[in-house]
Design a protein around this ligand. Structure first.
Ligand code: HEM
Length: 254
């Protein structure tokens, strides 16, 4: 299965640090490619209709996206593994990771609220269902009835590509995700741990009670995450999955 698009977007966002080569800004393509924003919206709309998991997604805040980001000239599995947060991670690890990109604990909890929509594979949770931290036992923080449901969805030795909802309203961007965490019904270990740790728990509680505060913090986090850049040279890829082809002499020089 190819990685989910939002997780991929997170990857390219956090792959970068703050130094900026070209300042990102709304309307970046206004003169050089006035149709750019329309084309992107149109392609997204068509793909959302084609993709059943996103077709009905609705709700959530909006904000002005800063444009002008360039694609990397290289690709590295190792770099990706080093910065992609693991679904097994605990809140302490996640706080350190986000902090290394100048994202606060509040940003991290709010951004995790993106799991208000979408699904994840059994692959990402079998360890917490059957062998949490090598204990041979399940994660004790999973609420009993929810655990029964997860055990049926992801039996030991079953198909790990089966997917389950990340919260109880997986097509609505709302604060249900945080209410579920308070009730011990988080899907991923990295979700539920946000309620187990005191530093993150207070934000989970706050967002579970106040959707407007969650949306505001989410927008702030997305803007901060979107501002991250590496300062390294880049390009606009003709196929976003691979670097552009270069003439042999350019390759020899680089
Ligand atoms: C806090 C650390 C995070 C961890 C450990 C994490 C981990 C994951 C994992 C393991 C999946 C499911 C992948 C699979 O099983 O195929 C997933 C899905 C998803 N992630 Fe995250 N993620 C994190 C943060 C984020 C952030 C910051 C965003 C966006 C702002 C995000 C957006 C999503 C979405 C929307 C999905 C559902 C994709 C789908 O339905 O296809 N995640 N995440």
């Amino acid at each position: 299965m190819s990685p989910p698009l939002p997780a991929f977007l997170l990857l390219i966002s956090i792959a970068f640090t703050s130094a900026s080569a070209v300042p990102l800004q709304p309307g970046f393509y206004a003169e050089t490619c006035p149709e750019a924003e329309f084309i992107v919206k149109d392609v997204m709309r068509r793909n959302m209709i084609r993709e059943p998991r996103s077709a009905a997604s609705s709700g959530g805040p909006d904000w002005e996206v800063k444009l002008g980001r360039e694609d990397s000239l290289t690709a590295s599995q190792e770099d990706a593994n080093n910065i992609m947060p693991s679904p097994r991670a605990n809140a302490s690890l996640l706080m350190d990771l986000f902090e290394s990109y100048n994202l606060s604990v509040k940003d991290m909890v709010a951004l995790s609220g993106s799991h208000s929509i979408g699904q994840a594979r059994c692959f990402s949770i079998v360890f917490r269902l059957y062998n949490q931290s090598g204990s041979g036992k399940p994660d004790p923080t999973i609420e009993a009835r929810y655990k029964e449901k997860l055990n049926r969805l992801c039996p030991l030795g079953g198909d790990e590509n089966v997917t389950g909802d990340l919260d109880a309203t997986p097509t609505m961007f709302d604060n249900r995700y945080f209410k579920d965490l308070v009730a011990g019904r988080g899907f991923l270990n990295s979700d539920q741990t946000l309620y187990t740790f005191p530093e993150t728990r207070k934000y989970v509680a706050l967002f579970s009670q106040d959707q407007r505060t969650f949306f505001k913090a989410f927008v702030e986090g997305m803007i901060k995450m979107g501002d991250l850049q590496s300062g390294r040279p880049g390009e606009i890829r003709s196929n976003c999955r691979m670097v552009n082809r270069r003439p042999v002499n350019a390759l020899l020089e680089s």
